[in-house]
Design a protein around this ligand. Structure first.
Ligand code: AOF
Ligand code: ZN
Length: 326
């Protein structure tokens, strides 16, 4: 219980780094001695000090003598590599800390359990996997990117109450002004967005961030014949295959991709199992016939349902399988 309590605080702290830390993960750290928090910190921005460094910096000089009996809680395994900053595992060892509780293992190739191993070798008691799912979910883009070597993929569509995403002869307007705002927020929070060639030609989507603040995602049209290349708006990318898109985004360190449709494009991602999250907006309208929404795969769990402006937004995730215990 005690471990969960402090790990929850780490998760809260980590959240403050959202959008500023990326492509680094969001990480929070809390130092506890004699039943009190004596220091806390989070990874504030990309290139900046790691959460553990900020947590140690926040400890008051008069509390330094408590460190040998203290526990440090960190939502992600402390790093073991020299990156922009020296290894956090070494810092924890040098501070003479008694115990380290981590939320989940860092899948980054240069770490992958080495931080934990190094602390154990130095005689620190290390506990791994407290609130593991929550810690993995928080950094699901970073984790998927590092484990699967591709961006985190979000499939997104809007459908009628009876499951149609378009009329046979063209698009349907299903989102409301309220849900449109959320669409723009989502674009600001993800690194890239893709539509298929047909959607691109018939809807002329802009796919930029207009009703929220934040950077535009990289905009991509999937066009097997590359015919969209002539018509692409400035700043867009045209790609012939899904593999090409994913390899490019991985090379550019873009950790997430929204797939906005249409039906054929969504099906192509689903058929290859290339998805991590599905976001379905359902409007109360029905139509007699049209293009049916893709079937939702079986191995999903609903993580959120929201009622907004008369529409329902359901977010489904593929559950993270548990990481190996170290
Ligand atoms: C930690 N605590 O707060 C974070 C960690 O380029 P650098 O030096 O900033 O290193 C980035 C990598 O460090 C990143 O990919 C991830 O593996 C880890 N992030 N580790 O101990 C932190 N943000
Ligand atoms: Zn670190």
């Amino acid at each position: 219980m005690e471990h969960e309590y402090y790990m929850k605080r780490c998760l809260q702290l980590a959240e403050n780094g959202r959008l500023k830390a990326k492509p680094n993960p969001m990480v929070g750290a809390v130092i506890v001695a004699q039943g009190h928090i004596i220091g806390e910190g989070y990874h504030m921005h990309f290139g900046g000090p790691h959460a553990e460094v900020n947590a140690f910096t926040s400890v008051k000089p008069e509390d330094n003598s408590l460190l040998p009996e203290a526990t440090i809680y960190v939502s992600l395994e402390p790093c073991s590599h020299y990156g922009k900053t020296p290894p956090c595992a070494d810092l924890i060892i040098s501070k003479g800390i008694k115990r380290c509780v981590c939320g989940c293992i860092d899948p980054f190739a240069k770490v992958q359990g080495r931080g934990i191993q190094r602390m154990r070798e130095a005689g620190i008691e290390v506990i791994v996997g407290v609130m593991e799912q929550e810690c993995l979910v928080l950094n699901r883009r970073f984790i998927t990117f590092n484990e699967q070597h591709r961006p985190y993929i979000i499939l997104k569509w809007a459908q009628t109450a009876n499951g149609f995403i378009a009329r046979n002869d063209g698009p349907l307007q299903l989102s409301t002004p309220e849900t449109q705002l959320l669409v723009h927020k989502m674009r600001a929070e993800n690194d890239a967005i893709l539509v298929g060639h047909t959607t691109f030609l018939t809807d002329h989507p802009r796919l930029d961030v207009r009703q929220w603040s934040g950077p535009n995602p990289e905009r991509i049209v999937l066009s097997p014949s590359m015919s969209a290349a002539n018509e692409r708006p400035e700043g867009w990318i045209v790609a012939a295959t899904i593999d090409e898109v994913l390899a490019r985004l991985y090379a550019e360190k873009k950790q997430s991709l929204i797939v906005e449709g249409g039906n054929k494009t969504l099906q192509a991602f689903l058929e290859r199992g290339l998805w991590d999250e599905i976001r379905v907006e359902t409007a109360p309208t029905t139509i007699a016939e049209g293009i049916a929404a893709p079937p939702i795969p079986g191995n999903t769990c609903v993580v959120k349902t929201e009622q907004i402006g008369g529409n329902q937004i359901t977010t489904l995730c593929r559950l993270f399988s548990h990481q190996p215990r170290l």
